[in-house]
Structure formats: structure tokens, C-alpha cells
Design a protein around this ligand. Structure first.
Ligand SMILES: Cc1cc2nc3c(=O)[nH]c(=O)nc-3n(C[C@H](O)[C@H](O)[C@H](O)COP(=O)(O)OP(=O)(O)OC[C@H]3O[C@@H](n4cnc5c(N)ncnc54)[C@H](O)[C@@H]3O)c2cc1C
Length: 449
């Protein structure tokens, strides 16, 4: 597929400035909300400040787009989010199964990989965006043929005006763009969070919401790499390890301290620290703890082997290969560059004949494998964070409709709200689900019927 085709094709200018529904932000949540509202026959405008749909969506899953996670047990599913209980209703109406069916219907077959991660069969985020574009502009899935969404590109909503409705409740009367005003019966804010601001989500939706009286829980980077103080990490850049375990302690008075939490998964060493799912998934909590106190992180590089088993395995190898060096023996367990670093940390000469190691040296090596201590310096900021923790307070949103409890004709969907998920397709699922719920609630609203 020609790169960029999906970005250009969708430009459909609105002829009038009065709509049933105005959706602000054409990311995954906004596209789903706009399409769902339009399927009911509502006249919908989708307003995007970029010149294209879904700029961030194209980056997801390294361009492969991890659409969702095939965790169909909803009680388990919500455990993968910060504030996940809020999503239970949305998932029960439009969860992973429903989004996979939806994509099949608009021409995107999916496949499920390790960790239940769901990807488009062709590993191509561009194709996903292309299909969404067709859904929005042609809407082939509606039998009535109604439902095309008006899309307005290069258009930033800069402020919002309000008035009181007949019942005396505050509602949005119009939204102001640069050089243009738009009025609608209902509005859905889908402006995303603050991460990767170059994709368009720079936090402007928080400001619009605060101006309307909403509370914004302090946005923080989440799913971001963790910078470490240890210099040796530079030598490990690019090494990835499967299924390690990270435990985080907050030190008290120089002691190892109290275990705060742990996470298992794949790990990637970067030039300055650690990344990969296991590190990304704990990064927001690490950032939070760092603001309060120092923390210690311990990596168990071989969690499937306890100390005794590892010692036994090591002894077996030493017996079989009595002439091998420490570095060679350790390379049976981890990549060679890491083996060298580990022997240095354990204080064992990497070129020593391994069979000549003292008991103490063996103990120190096992400790380096099972409890490698690293010190978090910081987590990388919004430019690197995959998502934002924080956002519109959930206390001010009805979880069954995504409707604001403060402004009568306002709805929210996607990353703008105070929910964020782990790696593995959970964040996009949250956007599809809340977008659908908001779009459907509006479609069912009396005022549009
Ligand atoms: C590199 C990377 C990889 C990722 N990979 C995955 C993955 O594989 N799976 C997964 O589940 N999640 C992934 N995520 C997270 C996922 O992309 C986001 O959670 C998701 O895009 C959020 O969707 P959204 O619609 O809420 O907001 P966004 O996608 O951020 O879209 C918001 C849109 O609103 C527009 N906007 C903002 N303010 C205004 C305004 N005032 N006026 C008009 N328009 C405005 C923006 O330009 C933007 O297009 C990844 C994120 C990144 C950065």
C-alpha cells in the first residue's frame, strides 16, 4: 500500500458549521466515537489539528499496531490498567472480542501473538488507518448508507464557549477554531494525553476541560524508559532478555527496604537504562516513587531457576567443561556482553578458568543473576513516554456513557481520561471502547432522535 494514501484521502470539508456531534481529535478514540455516532445517522464533524488522521496510531507497535489484547476475561482485563475498574462497563459492551469483529468487518484480519497481543495480519498500522478512513468516509458497514463523517483537518480547537440550557445546566454553546466557530448538540473530547507531543497530543484538551470546570489529575509520563545511574549499562545497549522479573524497593535508612511491587516480562537495555515491556509497565510507578524517595531496583535475570537450581546447573556445566572461562560459562545463560558485565559486578575475573572459582565467587555470580541491583535516576519524559498517566478526573465522568457530570452536552473518550494501561494493546483497546461508548450514548440520546 502506498505510504500516506490513507492520510490524504479522507479530507471531506464540512459545508455548514452546525452539527449534531462535534468530535475533537482524530486519534483512535475520536475516529471510533465519530464513526459510531455517524452510524446512527447523526451529522458528525471530526476536527483534527493535524493534516491527517491518527498520526500516533501509525507509530503504534513499531508500525505494526498492537490493536488490542485478546484477554476476554474482563475481570482479568481491567487489572492491566491504572484505574481499570472504570472501564468495566465499556469493555462489557465493546471489548477485545468486539473490536476484533469490528476490524474484521472493515477488512482488517487479525492475529494473536505472545502475551495475547493482537496485530493486523499484515503487521501494518497504515492498513489499519486506511480501513478506519474508509469506515469514516464511506461507512460501508451501515446498511442505510448514512453515516459519513465530515472531517476537518488543520483545525485546532482553541477555546470553548458555554451557556445554560433550559434546565439551568451548563452546556457548550460553540467551539472556537482559528478563524471559525462550530456549534453542535453534543461534543466529544478525544484530544489524547501529553505523550509524543509532535503527533498532536500536547495536552491542549486538558486546558479546554479545565476551562469548563473539570479537574485534571496531574499528567505524568507512563510507559517510558527508566534511566539508570550505573555506567556499565552503556555496554549493554540493544541486549534484550525474555521473561525477567523486576522488583522495586524503596530503601529505608540504607537498608534494602520494603518491596513496593514487581513485574515480569521482556527487558531491553538502552544506552542509558532499561526499556521493553517489563520496564515500561513499571515506569509510571517508578517515576512516582522517585518524586517521594530514592528507590532500588533488582533484576532477576533467570526467574525460572531458584538459587539452588541455578547453583546445580552451574556445577553441572563446570563439571562438563572444566577448562572453560567464567565468561564462556556465563554466556550459556545470558548474552556475552552481559556475561562480561555480570562477572565484573560479581568481582570475578571473566578470563579465569571457571572451575577454579571459589565458593564465594560462585555465590556472588549467582547473586548477580538473581538479584542484580540497579539504581533508577529518572524516567524519560513526555517526548519518549508512550502514554500519559493522569487526565480528566474519573469522578467527573459517567462510566456508562462517558458523559461529563459537569457539562451537560460533553463526553470524553481515550487517553484524555485518567486511565492508562500496560503495554500489549491495552491502551488502544481503552480508546476503542470509550470512543464507542461515547458515540453510542450520543446516538441513543433523546435530543438526537
Ligand atoms: C510510539 C508509541 C507506540 C504505541 N504503541 C501502542 C500499541 O502498539 N498498542 C497500544 O494499545 N497502544 C500503543 N500506544 C498508545 C496509543 O497510541 C495511545 O494510547 C492512543 O493513540 C491514544 O488515542 P487517543 O485517540 O486518545 O489520542 P491520540 O492518538 O493522541 O489522538 C489525539 C488527537 O487529537 C488531536 N488534538 C489534540 N488537541 C487538539 C485540539 N485542540 N484541536 C484539534 N485536534 C486536537 C491530536 O492532533 C491527535 O491527533 C503507543 C503510543 C506511542 C507513542
Amino acid at each position: 500500500m502506498a505510504a500516506g494514501a490513507g492520510r490524504q484521502a479522507a479530507l471531506v470539508m464540512a459545508k455548514e458549521d452546525k452539527f449534531d456531534v462535534a468530535v475533537i481529535g482524530a486519534g483512535p478514540a475520536g475516529m471510533m466515537a465519530a464513526g459510531t455516532a455517524a452510524e446512527s445517522g447523526a451529522k458528525v464533524i471530526l476536527i483534527e489539528k493535524n493534516k491527517q488522521l491518527g498520526k500516533k496510531l501509525l507509530l503504534t507497535g513499531n508500525g505494526r499496531c498492537n490493536i488490542t489484547n485478546a484477554e476476554f476475561n474482563l475481570k482479568e482485563l481491567v487489572k492491566n490498567y491504572n484505574n481499570g475498574e472504570f472501564l468495566f462497563h465499556s469493555f462489557s459492551v465493546f471489548g477485545p472480542k468486539e473490536i476484533m469483529d469490528f476490524f474484521a468487518k472493515i477488512g482488517i484480519k487479525t492475529k494473536t501473538e505472545r502475551g495475547k497481543r493482537v496485530f493486523p495480519i499484515n503487521d501494518d498500522a497504515e492498513e489499519v488507518l486506511e480501513a478506519l478512513n474508509r469506515y469514516l468516509t464511506g461507512n460501508p458497514s451501515t446498511s442505510s448508507g448514512q453515516g459519513s463523517v465530515n472531517i476537518l483537518f488543520n483545525s485546532e480547537v482553541v477555546s470553548v464557549e458555554t451557556a445554560n440550557n433550559a434546565a439551568g445546566r451548563r452546556k457548550i454553546s460553540k467551539i472556537i477554531l482559528r478563524g471559525r466557530e462550530i456549534t453542535a448538540e453534543k461534543y466529544i473530547f478525544c484530544t489524547g494525553g501529553k505523550s509524543y507531543p509532535l503527533t498532536g497530543s500536547d495536552g491542549s484538551g486538558y486546558k479546554l476541560s479545565e476551562d469548563l470546570g473539570h479537574t485534571v489529575i496531574k499528567p505524568m509520563p507512563a510507559l517510558s524508559s527508566i534511566r539508570l545511574k550505573e555506567k556499565w549499562v552503556e555496554n549493554l545497549q540493544g541486549i534484550s532478555l525474555r521473561d525477567i522479573k523486576i522488583s522495586v524497593f524503596s530503601p529505608e535508612a540504607g537498608q534494602k527496604g520494603k518491596r513496593q511491587f514487581s513485574e515480569s516480562g521482556d527487558l531491553l537495555f538502552t544506552h542509558s537504562g532499561i526499556s521493553g515491556p517489563a520496564a515500561l509497565d513499571i515506569s509510571a510507578k517508578v517515576g512516582d516513587l522517585l518524586e517521594k524517595s530514592g528507590i532500588k531496583i533488582y533484576l532477576d535475570l533467570l526467574p525460572l531457576l531458584n538459587h539452588e537450581k541455578l547453583e546445580g546447573n552451574l556445577d553441572d556445566i563446570l563439571k562438563r567443561y572444566p577448562k572453560k572461562t567464567v565468561k564462556n560459562i556465563l554466556s550459556d545463560f545470558v548474552p556475552e556482553r552481559l556475561a562480561e558485565v555480570l562477572s565484573g559486578i560479581a568481582g570475578v575475573d571473566k578470563n579465569k578458568i571457571a572451575n577454579n572459582m571459589s565458593k564465594q565467587e560462585k555465590r556472588m555470580l549467582i547473586k548477580a543473576f538473581k538479584s542484580l541491583e540497579v539504581t533508577a535516576a529518572s524516567i524519560l519524559g513526555f517526548d519518549e513516554a508512550k502514554v500519559t498517566r493522569g487526565g480528566i478526573s474519573l469522578k467527573e465522568i459517567d462510566h456508562k456513557t462517558m458523559k461529563s457530570k459537569i457539562i451537560d452536552n460533553l463526553f470524553f473518550a481515550g487517553e484524555i481520561i485518567d486511565v492508562d494501561g500496560k503495554t500489549g494493546g491495552f491502551n488502544l483497546q481503552m480508546c476503542w471502547s470509550t470512543g464507542y461508548i461515547a458515540g453510542e450514548a450520543i446516538a441513543l440520546a433523546d435530543s438526537l432522535r
